[in-house]
Design a protein around this ligand. Structure first.
Ligand SMILES: Cc1cc2nc3c(=O)[nH]c(=O)nc-3n(C[C@H](O)[C@H](O)[C@H](O)COP(=O)(O)OP(=O)(O)OC[C@H]3O[C@@H](n4cnc5c(N)ncnc54)[C@H](O)[C@@H]3O)c2cc1C
Length: 465
């Protein structure tokens, strides 16, 4: 439960306006309601939303929050599933005005400011035939996704987003602007590769880019028979690492390009990218096509930079639910019984949208040692997300019970969760995101760079005592 804080009395908005070249938005300003909206609802009223123009201004906002004891929320693309990027009564440091990038195609490097979305950066890099893998939705901010790890459609070939990260510029709680990499502040560089927004505000990332131009990919919709779901996972697991696949089991939406008789029926909606020779992609994907008569098959050669267009492009920013309940986990096996439970849940749910998502991992994700980054689930084979999206937040507890029941039945030892798919689920679940020695190591780094836990509106890692 989020506790609103009392409005800070010693926070000077006019003082802030004198320093910040970017926007300073208060409840009296037009655009306030738009600016406080997150991707998934969360009706909270910050005292001020500040859009700094550069790292210096970010440092100023951090120092004001620190010196006035005001709650500080950090916002990139606004897709936090736990509504961590909005504050009731505090400051929102909104990075969305910081969208500069510098691409060096020769060196295959980009420096990108963290106000960019995955789609914006992917499109710009695509013009050079280069890419860094983010997630499956283009409006997600590169800040939040990268700091948690980044699991997307290039993961099995090129690893997590953090596996392409060479350096970052970060403003810490004491207002210093640091450049961190493998040599400079290596502890902090390790921690921000999976540890989320706990250690400071990242203003720029430096990524090594992969040559990714034409891929073979698209959407494949199949009937959600349990046998089809299980076989999909069974095929995706040993497939060449060029293939990354996400299976969403959900009721078919009433879209004009889907046959009317399928509307409302459970389907497996596969999103697939084969990032290698498109001809080889045809062969690799043919067994998936053969699992059942496809309801929709858009698999074809495509430019990787168009991947987010394929998913709906700008329209994805259209009406989004007011509430989301999501439970995420890793599993290493997937049985018939799991597939049956998923189809039962999706078929029986009365949520506006009920979905179970399966992401088969492995490949390049698994070649990095567990202790190399703060994302330490390298050997886990399958990520499972169970969700209900609601237009009426009053129905939350009803659907929460159903989602929790299914999640408990799908859960297999040793548990574990990807931090970026955590909701507000308590410290024990945050610890599950950081298995083994990772948790204590992160707490030590937190003590060094944020001893007073200024950055606490996140999946919080308390400083070591
Ligand atoms: C529809 C949807 C699809 C998704 N798909 C994927 C996917 O395919 N793969 C995947 O890995 N994840 C996915 N995610 C999860 C996503 O990575 C996280 O929700 C992520 O935190 C969103 O980043 P953001 O910048 O948009 O969010 P915000 O809400 O702006 O930020 C979330 C948190 O991240 C931290 N943060 C953000 N930017 C910075 C920064 N520059 N410096 C310091 N801290 C910062 C803050 O703590 C903030 O509270 C998805 C989420 C949604 C809602």
């Amino acid at each position: 439960m989020h506790n609103p804080i009392t409005e800070p009395t010693n926070l000077s908005i006019s003082g802030m306006r004198d320093v910040i070249g970017g926007k300073v938005i208060t409840p009296e300003d037009p655009g306030y309601d738009e600016a406080r909206k997150l991707f998934y609802g969360a009706d909270r009223r910050p005292t001020v939303i500040i859009r700094p123009a550069d790292a210096g201004e970010v440092a100023h906002v951090i120092s004001v929050a620190r010196d006035t004891g005001t709650e500080l929320a950090v916002r990139g693309g606004g897709h936090s599933l736990a509504a961590h990027s909005i504050s009731d009564g505090g400051i929102v440091l909104d990075l969305s005005a910081m969208k500069a990038m510098h691409v060096d195609p020769e060196e295959r490097i980009v420096w990108a400011q963290t106000g960019l979305t995955a789609a914006e950066l992917t499109k710009a890099l695509g013009d050079h035939g280069l890419a860094v893998g983010f997630g499956d939705v283009g409006s997600v901010g590169i800040g939040g996704i990268t700091l948690g790890g980044g699991v997307g459609l290039l993961a099995r070939k090129h690893g997590l987003t953090i596996d392409s990260l060479l350096a970052a510029e970060i403003v810490t709680a004491d207002g210093r602007v640091l450049q961190v990499d493998f040599e400079s502040h290596p502890d902090l560089f390790w921690a921000i590769r999976g540890g989320g927004g706990n250690f400071g505000v990242v203003t720029r990332f430096k990524f090594l880019l992969a040559e990714v131009d034409e891929v073979y990919g698209g959407m494949l919709m199949l009937p959600a028979e349990p046998e089809v779901i299980r076989s999909f996972v069974e095929l995706a697991d040993p497939a060449p690492e060029e293939l990354s696949a996400i299976a969403n089991i959900m009721k078919a939406p009433p879209l004009p390009f889907l046959p009317e008789e399928q509307h409302g029926k459970p389907v497996l909606f596969g999103i697939m990218v084969y990032c290698g020779d498109p001809d080889a992609g045809v062969d690799v994907l043919s067994p998936f096509r053969a699992l059942a008569d496809p309801i929709l098959d858009t698999l074809a050669p495509m430019r990787y930079q168009d991947v987010y267009e394929m998913m709906g492009g700008e329209e994805e920013a259209a009406p989004t639910p007011e509430a989301v309940i999501l439970r995420s986990m890793f599993t290493d096996t997937f049985e018939d019984e799991s597939a049956e439970m998923i189809t039962e849940y999706v078929g029986g749910s009365t949520a506006d949208m009920a979905v179970a998502q399966l992401r088969v991992l492995g490949g390049a994700v698994a070649t990095v040692p567990d202790d190399a980054t703060a994302y330490a689930h390298r050997d886990r084979r399958i990520m499972v997300n169970v969700a209900a999206m609601l237009s009426d937040p009053a129905e939350t507890s009803l659907h929460e019970q159903r989602v929790d029941r299914l999640a408990a039945r799908l859960r297999r030892d040793p548990g574990g969760v990807y931090v970026n798919f955590l909701g507000e689920e308590g410290e024990a679940r945050v610890r599950e995101a950081y298995p083994g020695p990772t948790w204590q190591r992160l707490r030590q780094v937190k003590r060094r760079y944020d001893p007073t836990n200024l950055f606490r509106l996140n999946q919080n890692i308390p400083p070591a005592s």
